[in-house]
Design a protein around this ligand. Structure first.
Ligand code: G3P
Ligand code: CA
Length: 251
């Protein structure tokens, strides 16, 4: 695994959200490829696990919103998950896209030389097994040359991943920046704070940067807003539309 310092040296200002989910169906291989086409060198995707313990790329705990099926992914085997169409809901041209496994996503990232912010999305109650499986698969398969940053709203996942892969940099993922953010960052061993754009103030951004942490802000789709947040000191903007950021901002 790449050291935390090396990962953050490689972190660009623009990170594609769920691949490039404004341009292709989120969390699919097509979405990762689309991000690369726009010029992105780093993407964020979400990972969870199936009933038979395979790490797969999916945001919701239920497959209803992003496939032609329904029901909790944790109650489906990989074979059942693979039958779902994960592209047609977005646009007919993406019909036939599948929910990728973490292994397939890793292979695609490797072939495109893309860095990854992997967000662990456990079903509630399944935080530790999800993190264990993700860590196991990353240890087996993650290419050493690619930067990898783990984040999660579930602190249990961060702690568990750290237990298995201590070298991996961790991102504290939150909506609002809590008043005790500094204690949490230290307690969880996080190097970066990832917060929702509505809640960040210029004073928070300054304090986070002054304390020596990296700051990522999601989900920013307006280039003017991205410019302001970068001026405040944000290290990276997570966006559904990396294309418009590259076209508009002089990065
Ligand atoms: O990782 C940043 C962002 O993706 C977190 O929120 O709901 O889009 O996964 P969500
Ligand atoms: Ca996410």
């Amino acid at each position: 695994m790449m050291s935390a310092d090396a990962v953050f040296r490689k972190l660009p200002k623009i990170v594609g959200h769920r691949g490039a989910c404004g341009l292709a169906p989120e969390n699919t291989l097509a979405s990762i490829r689309k991000a690369a086409e726009t010029g992105a060198s780093f993407v964020e995707i979400d990972v969870t696990v199936t009933k038979d313990d395979v790490a797969v790329i999916q945001h919701d705990s239920d497959v209803r919103r992003c496939t032609d099926g329904s029901g909790p992914i944790l109650l489906k085997t990989l074979e059942e998950v693979r039958k779902l169409d994960a592209g047609r809901w977005f646009a007919p041209e993406f019909a036939g896209e599948r929910i990728p496994t973490l292994k397939e996503a890793t292979d695609t990232l490797r072939s495109l030389d893309l860095g990854l912010n992997l967000e662990i999305k456990p079903t509630v109650g399944w935080q530790i097994p999800t993190a264990q499986q993700v860590a196991k698969e990353l240890l087996a398969d993650w290419p050493a040359k690619l930067p990898l940053l783990i984040s999660s709203f579930a602190v249990e996942c961060l702690i568990e991943v750290h237990r298995h892969i201590p070298a991996l940099p961790l991102g504290y993922l939150t909506s609002a920046v809590p008043p005790d953010w500094q204690t949490r960052m230290a307690d969880y061993g996080c190097a970066s704070l990832h917060c929702e754009r509505h809640y960040l103030t210029a004073a928070d951004a300054r304090a986070i940067k002054d304390a020596g942490y990296y700051l990522l802000v999601y989900t920013v789709n307006d280039p003017e807003e991205a410019r302001r947040l970068l001026d405040w000191g944000a290290d990276a903007i997570i966006t559904d539309f990396p294309d418009r950021m590259f076209e508009t901002l002089n990065l």
